[in-house]
Design a protein around this ligand. Structure first.
Ligand code: NAP
Ligand code: NAG
Ligand code: NAG
Ligand code: NAG
Length: 328
């Protein structure tokens, strides 16, 4: 019974989604709990940090020209300066205005106190070559660097300061579970606007998504392709591909590709997917998802692909493996 309720509550018909034109991603936004409107598709930008100087700027330019309006980065990705170069390029060429873009970044994981937040944010703004971010997140609630004074609640108070100074229009969290969220709710003035967590067909994360949505905290779905794409750093031997019969069948029904069915699945669960690609063909196909919609039954069928294994575990040897792979 509980499982069925979860399945259903995981499928919110997002009444706050707003679209003026059905095909262009730029016109699709969602209302956050702070009143700001966020584009419902984001471009992921994580990659091997020693390749960022060559790959990231052209990918971001390609994506914005194609119609993406949200870009997802983090201090840890060591690519903010290349994203900044892309932002300057598209604005100077009149492709978009700053107001039309939504830039999401994340605090360095070495920020453990309230006092360090503004300095770190100003550092990101300088690299991004902008004077405010649309959204900044606490990257993880965990004290990854074993800092003596670390407390994510104090870091959150620093983000509240940043919002009051208008250096960040919206503030949120990432990788927070129920316990972390409850502690923030019980002790702060501002509710997080978003929680960026892993959600995909191989890690459907139904309970946490439902909990966030019950609080009007918007879920940003990272690693949207789960184990359907290669994960060279993963220590979990998960076998999964885009060739799953249900994905093929739905792709045929809607005249789409399986990867597009997966992106649409995450949007139809009321979340904002963050597909990453530096390949122009894929950047275009990952956003060509605004002309169809899955039914509730189809979402439940895709939920059955769940293997309950995360691509990204933030602890132990799993953490070391992806930190080393990316060069964070
Ligand atoms: N907050 C956090 O802690 C956190 C953690 C992880 C990720 N994230 C964010 O979420 C984003 C997405 O996660 P991710 O990069 O791990 O995974 P992803 O977007 O699920 O998958 C990216 C991989 O899939 C490939 N790909 C992209 N589009 C494809 C398509 N249409 N068909 C086949 N393959 C395709 C990409 O290769 P090509 O580039 O060669 O196309 C890349 O290897 C990140 O970039 C980052 O911005 C946040
Ligand atoms: C979520 O927040 C928005 C903005 O404050 C508000 O308009 C909306 O009614 C809220 N939704 C729910 C379900 O509380
Ligand atoms: C959330 O994670 C913390 C560890 O960071 C753990 O102590 C707590 O039990 C977790 N809560 C839930 C609901 O999983
Ligand atoms: C780019 O993506 C297309 C479509 O998935 C794929 O066929 C092609 O091999 C990719 N190119 C590179 C250089 O990875």
């Amino acid at each position: 019974m509980f499982a069925i309720l979860l399945q259903i509550s995981a499928i919110v018909t997002v009444s706050t989604v707003h679209a003026t034109d059905s095909v262009s991603p730029s016109s699709h936004t969602m209302l956050l709990n702070d009143g700001n409107r966020i584009p419902i598709l984001s471009l992921g930008t994580v990659g091997k940090t020693n390749m960022a100087d060559k790959l990231v700027k052209p990918a971001v330019i390609e994506a914005i020209e194609a119609g993406y309006r949200q870009i997802d980065t983090a201090a840890a990705y060591k690519n903010e300066e290349y994203i900044g170069e892309a932002i300057v390029d598209v604005i100077n060429r009149g492709i978009v205005t700053r107001e039309e873009l939504w830039i999401t970044t994340k605090l360095p994981c070495k920020v453990g106190t309230r006092e360090e937040v503004l300095l770190a944010l100003r550092n990101s703004l300088k690299k991004l070559k902008i004077d405010y971010v649309d959204l900044i997140l606490i990257h993880s609630p965990d004290n990854l660097y074993h800092l003596p004074e670390y407390d994510y609640l104090n870091v959150w108070k620093g983000l509240e300061d940043a919002k009051k100074l208008n250096l960040a229009r919206s503030i949120g969290v990432s990788n927070f579970n129920n316990t972390h969220i409850n502690r923030i709710l019980a002790n702060s003035d501002i509710i997080p606007a978003t929680n960026e967590i892993e959600v995909n067909p191989t890690y459907t994360n139904l309970e946490l998504v439902a909990y966030c949505q019950s609080l009007n905290i918007t879920v940003l779905s990272y690693a949207p392709f789960g184990f359907m794409v290669p994960r060279p750093f993963s220590l979990d031997p998960i076998e999964s591909t885009f060739e799953e019969p249900i994905l093929i069948q739905l792709a045929q029904k809607y005249g789409k590709l399986p990867c597009q069915v997966v992106i649409r699945y995450l949007i139809d669960r009321g979340t904002i997917p963050i597909p990453k690609s530096v390949n122009a063909t894929r950047i275009h196909s990952n956003m060509d998802i605004f002309d169809f919609k899955l039914t509730t039954e189809e979402i439940i069928l895709i939920n059955e692909l769940n293997q309950d294994v995360k691509v990204y575990h933030f602890h132990g040897k799993h953490l070391l493996a992806f930190v080393e792979y990316y060069g964070f």
